[in-house]
Write a protein that binds this ligand. Structure first.
Ligand code: ZN
Length: 84
C-alpha cells in the first residue's frame, strides 16, 4: 500500500464516493461539461469552483489539473480554483 497523508486519503475517499473534497456536495449536483473532442470524459464543476474530471470508461472521478483543463479546451481562471 502506498502511504498517503491522511488528508489526501480522506479526499480520495470522498472523490471515490462521488463527493467534492471542498464542500462535500455530490457530483450529481455539479455542473457537467462535455468537451467536444473528448467524448470519453466529462468536466465536473462544483459550486465551490473545484473542478473534477469524470472518466466514463472507468466510471471514476479525479481532481482536474490546469494542464488537463487546457488540453480539454475548458477555459477557466486558474486563480479562481481552490487548491486544497
Ligand atoms: Zn465543492
Amino acid at each position: 500500500m502506498i502511504w498517503l497523508p491522511l488528508k489526501d486519503r480522506m479526499q480520495s475517499e470522498l472523490i471515490k464516493r462521488g463527493h467534492c473534497v471542498g464542500c462535500t456536495k455530490s457530483f450529481s449536483e455539479a455542473n457537467r461539461h462535455s468537451p467536444e473532442d473528448y467524448s470519453e470524459i466529462e468536466i465536473v464543476e462544483c459550486e465551490c469552483r473545484r473542478i473534477y474530471i469524470y472518466e466514463k470508461k472507468l466510471n471514476s472521478y479525479k481532481r482536474a489539473t490546469i494542464d488537463e483543463l487546457t488540453r480539454y479546451g475548458f477555459s477557466t481562471d486558474p486563480d479562481g480554483i481552490p487548491v486544497d
